[in-house]
Design a binder for this molecule. Structure first.
Ligand code: UDX
Length: 462
């Protein structure tokens, strides 16, 4: 590994402070570093306290900005609107201080790679004449839908006469395929504003990066590229466990977990036959109702398959009484696992997922077929793509009362784990895995885009 001190071109990376945003941006920072740039990853003060000590010895540097919640953290504030206002105000000020601190060091900041959820970071970068690169952590398809809404190309609310929804580069979309903020009118207004605001000053960014790969979303990448004024580069997938970059080959999992990691699952999986385990997770944010948890547990049990189920500590009280004891060695319930390492394990036959973009692309790129049970935000659109475009999974049907029944859960899992359709989905998943590896390997579409980005950053270094 090239010594940090010898590196030229200093990129400061600023993620939005949730697990689903930190993971891809941290992994991409390592990738930039492996390409010879000096990368500094700036988390909030609160998050920096939860970092694993070994991470601090990694090939990238760490620094902090403040979101104004140093002691209590993001979730303690409760109100997302209050949080976002505070984040922008305190974040801009502390980011400015951080840039000034580096200005007189041997490595001034040449470029800021910012999460597109934080457009104000670009404003700060521009005050200093620093290159600004927007990083979109979600699927290009979803980004383009938000772009359409932001620019008034799709007027809301969507009426039945507007169905199906036509957006160039995307399949015909039904209302339930749209991000939840659109199809559940008026839901999560602050989050909706946040995702639309990604485009508020995008014309000023020097580059746009999307965590996807070209062949996966070719049509929509081409469509969106045409309307952007600057290069739109696909640079993904930014996931560990793919073993494609020799310099990152020991990377099995992301290094910054906001939840306490339980690694016992890796050992448990080695005792299970190939493709015999259903892995269940709803990511870092989704909360199911107690009724839904009951139906989920019922459906999972009815399948009779081995089960590895991530239930975050805050969700554990909703697991039906006696379930863990009844399942015995058939099931392992853990509060947080190294997900990419688990998905790469050959014992996993199917991923029962909420279809957060990271989980979706991780499963695709590690060749695991899915049952999609989307909850909110971009997950509904991801589920549509999983089922109908990439054909690597099946999406559950939701009852009129909003619950997915245990029988429906069992039916979907069987469809993926057994029979002809399941074999076809596994075959498709393996095809996407190969294409993903091709994209990030030397000379692949994402790898070339990263090289282009690195050389342009270096060319602009003072
Ligand atoms: C959120 C949104 O919900 C998602 O839709 C959006 O695309 C990104 O931000 P989240 O709900 O947490 O993220 O889901 P996801 O995008 O799948 O990210 C979860 C991350 O946590 C993944 O990288 C996954 O590998 C990791 N994870 C999850 C673990 O490392 N261990 C676990 O036990 C569960």
């Amino acid at each position: 590994m090239e010594k940090k001190a010898n590196k030229r071109g200093h990129v400061l990376v600023i993620p939005y402070s949730t697990q689903g945003h930190i993971n891809p941006m941290l992994q991409f920072s390592k990738r930039l570093s492996s390409k010879g740039l000096k990368a500094t990853f700036a988390t909030t003060v609160f998050i920096s306290e939860t970092m694993k000590p070994e991470l601090l010895n990694s090939e990238i540097d760490f620094d902090t900005i403040s979101d104004g919640c140093d002691k209590e953290g993001f979730f303690a504030l409760g109100d997302i609107d209050d949080y976002l206002v505070r984040l922008q105000a305190v974040g801009s000020k502390t980011l400015t201080e951080l840039i000034i601190k580096h200005k007189n060091s041997p490595h001034p900041i040449d470029c800021i790679l910012y999460d597109a959820f934080l457009p104000w970071v670009l404003d700060v970068a521009q005050q200093f004449g620093i290159v600004g690169i927007a990083f979109f952590t979600q699927a290009c398809a979803v980004d383009y839908i938000y772009y359409y809404v932001h620019n008034g190309l799709l007027s809301l609310p969507i009426s039945s006469s507007m169905m199906p929804i036509v957006i160039p580069g995307l399949p015909l979309l039904d209302l339930r395929d749209m991000p939840s903020f659109i199809y559940v009118v008026g839901s999560y207004p602050s989050h909706f504003k946040l995702v639309l605001n990604q485009f508020s000053n995008i014309d000023k960014a020097d580059f746009i990066l999307v965590n996807t790969f070209y062949k996966l979303e070719q049509e929509v990448v081409d469509s969106m590229s045409k309307v952007m004024t600057q290069p739109l580069l696909t640079i993904g997938p930014t996931i560990p466990s793919m073993c494609v970059d020799k310099r990152l080959e020991n990377d099995k999992d992301y290094d910054l977990n906001l939840f306490k990691l339980d690694s016992t699952s890796t050992c448990w999986l080695t005792t299970k036959p190939p493709c015999s385990v259903v892995y269940v997770s709803f990511g870092s944010l989704a909360n199911l109702t107690s009724n839904q948890m009951k139906e989920l547990a019922r459906g999972l049990k009815q399948t009779g398959f081995h089960l590895l189920w991530v239930v975050r500590s805050s969700e554990l009280p909703k697991v039906p009484h006696g379930f863990i004891e009844e399942m015995g060695d058939k099931a392992l319930i853990v509060t947080w696992i190294p997900q990419t390492e688990v998905l790469a394990n050959e014992a996993i036959g199917c991923f029962f997922t909420h279809c957060g973009w990271n989980s979706t692309i991780e499963a695709l790129c590690l060749g695991v077929p899915m049952v999609a049970m989307p909850q909110w935000a971009d997950q509904t659109t991801d589920a549509k793509l999983v089922e109908d475009v990439w054909k690597v999974g099946v999406r559950v049907n939701v009852r009129e009362d909003g619950i997915v029944s245990g029988d429906e859960i069992e039916r979907c899992i069987r469809q993926v784990m057994e029979g002809e359709q399941g074999i076809e989905m596994k075959r498709n998943a393996m095809k996407w895995k190969e294409l993903a590896v091709e994209a990030v390997c030397e000379g692949g579409s994402s790898d070339k885009n990263i090289d282009e980005l690195v050389s342009k950053i270096l060319a602009r270094c003072k």
